[in-house]
Design a protein around this ligand. Structure first.
Ligand SMILES: Cc1ncc(COP(=O)(O)O)c(C=O)c1O
Length: 404
């Protein structure tokens, strides 16, 4: 039963009653979100089940396909047997196991940093790290296209937050030039931008950071395991690791789990560990998640050929779609954004692909400035998976007059 509001008082639920867009898309048979998957086929999650149907997965961040790797699954199961399903407490109190400590140690070693700190999710990592490291009297200078978790961390920090035009180094320099000397400065960017798949101009960013006395924080969520000779991400790819002060990563992408981390100087980690509210006042990462990430890191290091195959798959899909006449955003990552602009057409394209057994990500504004279908490839996509994607894209693209 709807409760009646006092006359003349604005109802705080007004915004919910006014939100009708999802229902409108449902009524048109176009609503594309919260589709249900019912299991993974043991093929590096390249194929999944929707009910009894097998669907090709071209919309996952599981870049190396390790979520169904037998060693990763076994490590998670073993952790449940040994520690149970959760720690039920903060890392600071009863929530730290030897697995958490080993995971942080291995992450710091792999990322070539003095120390690392693991959080419950990637979102929580950006939120909890940025809101702690930047404070009143500091200023954060962030790219306009940063991930929502970075923006929310900045807003929760009480630091002044300014944003420069996406990858526009003149704009960044103009802002840095205008800052008073007594404010601590932190430049924050995604190494690879999650929806557009392009990379931050890190060589120029670190040059400006040095010139204007700013620290640099790079979110390597979509680049760890993907870019760099050893898979450490964008900073390694551009050979500027020593000029980046804090790197952030998630376990929900190449590391086949859930959780996130920052890696940096020991004192920065020590400070964050004792002051970050999102870290201290939240229960620790479940042991199975820590064990899966730890094992995925081991497999990732041991099998660099996964990264090479991922790159080859991405290059092939980009090249072929571009030749077919699709409008792609520039990039060199496994994230391939196919710009369509019209929202209803994005949803129609998504559904027609799904009817052909191919799942992709429909991405609509305001998440991005161009409405698009985001294709993400994995190392575990085989030749026939890619052929099937390309054939369906060509057929449906022509039918919907997206290409000629
Ligand atoms: C760039 C970026 N940073 C952080 C996150 C948050 O990570 P998680 O999904 O693991 O919480 C994401 C995931 O969407 C992301 O794309």
């Amino acid at each position: 039963m709807q409760q009646k509001m006092e006359k003349g008082v604005r109802d705080i639920f007004e915004k919910a009653s006014a939100f009708t867009k999802a229902d409108e898309f449902r009524a048109a048979g176009l609503y594309p979100y919260f589709t249900e998957f019912t299991g993974a086929v043991d093929s590096g999650e390249a194929e999944v089940f929707m009910g009894d149907d097998r669907v090709l997965m071209f919309g996952s961040n599981n870049y190396l396909g390790l979520t169904t790797h037998p060693e990763v699954k076994a490590a998670a199961i073993e952790a449940i047997e040994k520690y149970g399903t959760g720690c039920s407490g903060s890392r600071m109190l009863n929530g730290t196991t030897d697995l958490h400590v080993r995971l942080e140690h291995e992450l710091a070693r792999f990322m070539k940093r003095e120390a690392a700190l693991a959080f419950g999710t990637g979102f929580q990592t950006n939120f909890g790290a940025l809101s702690t490291i930047a404070q009143k009297g500091d200023v954060i200078i962030a790219d306009r296209n940063i991930h929502a978790s970075i923006l929310d961390g900045c807003l929760a920090s009480f630091a002044k937050t300014t944003r420069f035009r996406h990858n526009d180094m003149d704009d960044l320099e103009k802002i840095l030039h205008s800052l008073p000397a007594d404010e601590g400065r932190l430049i924050v960017v995604d190494g690879v931008f999650s929806m557009e798949g392009d990379t931050a101009n890190l060589p120029e960013i670190v040059r400006l950071a040095r010139r204007y006395g700013a620290r640099v924080y790079v979110d390597e969520a979509h680049s760890m395991g993907v870019l760099g000779k050893e898979g450490r991400g964008t900073a390694e790819h551009f050979d500027v690791e020593s000029d980046v002060d804090i790197v952030m990563g998630t376990f929900s992408k190449s590391l086949a789990s859930i959780g996130g981390f920052i890696a940096a100087r020991r004192d920065v980690i020590e400070y964050t560990k004792h002051h970050s509210r999102a870290f201290v006042y939240s229960a620790s990462l479940a042991p199975a998640n820590a064990a899966a990430a730890l094992k995925a890191l081991e497999v990732m290091e041991r099998e660099p050929e996964l990264r090479i195959r991922l790159q080859q798959n991405g290059d092939e899909v980009r090249r072929e779609l571009s030749t077919m006449g699709f409008r792609l955003l520039n990039g060199e990552t496994p994230i391939i954004p196919v710009v369509i602009e019209d929202e209803a057409l994005v949803c129609r394209f998504f559904w027609d692909l799904l009817k052909e057994g191919i799942y992709t990500n429909p991405v609509l504004a305001p998440a991005v400035s161009h409405s698009l279908v985001r294709i993400s490839v994995m190392a575990t996509h085989a030749r026939d998976h890619i052929q099937q994607l390309l054939e369906s894209m060509r057929k449906i693209g022509k039918r919907l007059e997206i290409i000629n």
